[in-house]
Write a protein that binds this ligand. Structure first.
Ligand SMILES: NC(=O)c1ccc[n+]([C@@H]2O[C@H](COP(=O)([O-])OP(=O)(O)OC[C@H]3O[C@@H](n4cnc5c(N)ncnc54)[C@H](O)[C@@H]3O)[C@@H](O)[C@H]2O)c1
Length: 325
């Protein structure tokens, strides 16, 4: 049994990781400012309120709980917001992570698993994307995640940090037992917005661009179940303990689903008509992002188990009905 500090544990992916950690017999200590999280999602261990920019508070919490490792989810996450406010994203993602690894160095905590993103790749020149594809982010969110990974490589050199960056493609779904799920305010991820339209909370789902060079003209993404992501963190932690240095792994299914695929599947799962309307492309949206997660499968022994699109939407729908009732 180990204690793990989970930054951003009051958020979507972090709360699922807390559940997976607790289920494996560990104690997740959530460290979250609650700026975008929800204390109601902190169910599997203590909550310590604090900002990742607050080094003294981080050190105090590390002294109190003496974690063996850190899992770092705390971040702003919206591409469109990053386009409007690039400095905010640089400070939150790069500056915040630098502060966290500084605090870890003070407490001599050397193992870190962090959430990175497919956004580091930008518009890929081949698909599915492997980790050695060139990283040419096309929005400030992706640029900040890439700089964050570079900051970890510096901390590896300077403090002996052993780290794994998990480059998620699109997190989706919810805890199948309904104890936690996706809860962003405002929401701008596709599946919850589609489910809002199914519930009549919005008139229609807006398709942001239908003239991309994809099968049906709409953006293609690789949706990966959030519980599969959570389990990858435990495997990555084990890997980081056994291997000095740093590594980045893609997490996805290898299968792309277009916006229209999501809408069609959601209609079947929910039994609701989901009206669609045409909208403008969004700045910084690559046409297609599909993972080659072969390295995570071979090296971490990870495999997605719940990530067919219908299962992800069914789990998201069950959670959505609770959240939006
Ligand atoms: N959701 C996705 O599809 C997706 C895809 C790729 C990568 N990611 C990455 O996964 C991680 C988690 O994403 P999520 O969807 O769970 O986001 P989320 O917004 O649900 O959770 C993020 C949490 O971090 C906290 N936080 C933000 N800034 C903070 C700060 N300065 N100090 C302390 N706490 C802070 C928020 O309060 C929130 O609880 C992020 O790093 C994100 O970039 C998410």
């Amino acid at each position: 049994m180990a204690t793990i500090l989970v930054t951003g544990g009051a958020g979507y992916v972090g709360s699922h990781a807390c559940k997976a950690l607790a289920r494996a017999g560990h104690v997740p200590v959530t460290y979250d400012s609650l700026i975008r999280g929800h204390r109601e999602l902190v169910k599997w261990g203590p909550l310590e309120i604090g900002d990742i920019h607050d080094k003294a508070r981080l050190i105090e919490v590390m002294e109190t709980h003496r974690p063996a490792a850190v899992m770092h989810f705390a971040s702003f996450i919206f591409v469109n917001e990053s386009v409007a406010q690039p400095d905010l994203y640089e400070r939150n993602i790069v500056g915040g992570t630098e502060m966290l690894v500084d605090a870890m160095a003070v407490r001599d905590i050397r193992t870190l698993v962090v959430s990175s993103s497919a956004a580091v790749y930008g518009i890929p020149s081949f698909s599915p994307i492997t980790e050695d594809a060139p990283c040419r982010p096309v929005n400030p969110y992706g640029a900040a995640k890439l700089k964050m990974e570079q900051a970890l490589a510096r901390a590896q050199r300077d403090h002996g940090l052993s780290w794994v960056a998990l480059r998620y493609f699109n997190a989706a779904g919810a805890d199948p037992e309904g104890e936690t799920g996706e809860w962003h305010e405002p929401e701008n991820h596709l599946i919850p917005l589609v489910l809002d339209a199914a519930l009549g909370k919005s008139e229609a789902i807006t398709i942001n661009g239908d003239d991309y060079p994809t099968r049906d003209g709409t953006c293609v993404r690789d949706y990966i179940h959030v519980m599969d992501l959570a389990e990858a963190h435990l495997l990555a932690w084990r890997y980081a303990i056994g291997n000095d240095g740093g590594a980045a792994f893609n997490l996805g299914t290898g299968h792309g689903a277009s916006v229209l695929d999501v809408v069609t599947t959601a209609r079947k799962v929910t039994g609701h008509n989901i009206p669609v309307r045409a909208g403008q492309r969004r700045d910084g949206d690559p046409p297609a992002l599909v993972a080659d997660a072969g390295a995570a499968q071979r090296i971490l022994d990870w495999a997605p188990r719940r990530s067919d699109l219908a299962s992800q939407i069914a789990d998201a729908w069950a959670w959505h009905l609770t959240l939006r009732k």
